[in-house]
Design a protein around this ligand. Structure first.
Ligand code: 6PG
Length: 221
């Protein structure tokens, strides 16, 4: 079942995402003593991470994983892990598990599959959406083996070309899935997704419960 919530603006999406992640964290810790959270990359979640770093309760029991990473040196500012570290969230969490994408896509995918295998099912997977309907680093026109947990990505249309991504199989193995998208540039992809176009975001969410937080530009866009 999908729940779509159209909020007034990006700030409202940020605030609601923080609240829903905190709720999922409290629920997971009560259930099994820790919170296994998969983080989205890109720029939309940056402020969410900053707020969680300063306000989240129980964060010492949070274990942070990544939906994808760019194949760049660990200190490259374009890395998703750098965004999380700079937000302060990585240092506050009980566990932080970046994708070793600096090793190269294939080696990193193989190593990270071992890392996440014992973390499944995730408690919450946070995802962004690209203007072309990609999510994580799963892009239109690409194919990925059904059984793999983590995939190596090359010729990604969103630079850098080489990336590592959790597969649909891994991303879907979760108790909660939260998708965030703001800005008029995402409106077309969101409408296509809702229309059932075979986009990567559709492949990842179809048939499982998920919540989508969008801002008003989804309506006006
Ligand atoms: C990445 C992200 C990617 C991102 C979307 C949305 O590494 O680029 O994982 O999937 O979530 O492209 O990006 P924005 O939040 O910057 O719009």
């Amino acid at each position: 079942m999908s729940i779509w919530r159209v909020l007034t603006d990006a700030e409202a999406v940020t605030a609601e995402a923080v609240s829903l992640i905190q709720q999922a964290g409290d629920e997971a810790i009560a259930r099994h003593g820790e919170f296994r959270l998969v983080l989205a990359g890109g720029s939309t979640p940056r402020e969410i991470y900053r707020r969680l770093a300063t306000s989240a309760t129980g964060i010492g029991k949070w274990r942070l994983y990544y939906g994808d990473e760019r194949c760049l040196p660990v200190d490259d500012p374009r890395r998703n892990s750098r965004m999380v570290e700079e937000s302060g969230l990585a240092a506050k969490a009980g566990g932080h598990f970046p994708i070793p994408a600096e090793l190269g896509a294939e080696a990193a995918a193989s190593a990270y599959a071992w890392t996440i295998e014992s973390a499944l099912p995730f408690d919450l997977v946070l995802l962004g959406v690209g203007e072309d309907g990609h999510t994580a680093s799963l892009f239109p026109g690409h194919v990925w083996p059904e059984t793999d947990l983590v995939v190596a990505v090359h010729d990604a249309p969103k630079p850098p070309a080489d990336r590592v991504s959790l597969s649909p199989r891994a991303l879907r193995d979760c108790r909660h899935m939260l998708v965030i998208a703001t800005g008029v540039a995402k409106a077309d992809a969101l409408h296509r997704w809702q229309a059932g176009d075979p986009l990567p975001i559709h492949a990842v969410t179809r048939g499982i419960s998920h919540t989508v937080l969008v801002d008003a530009s989804y309506v006006t866009g």
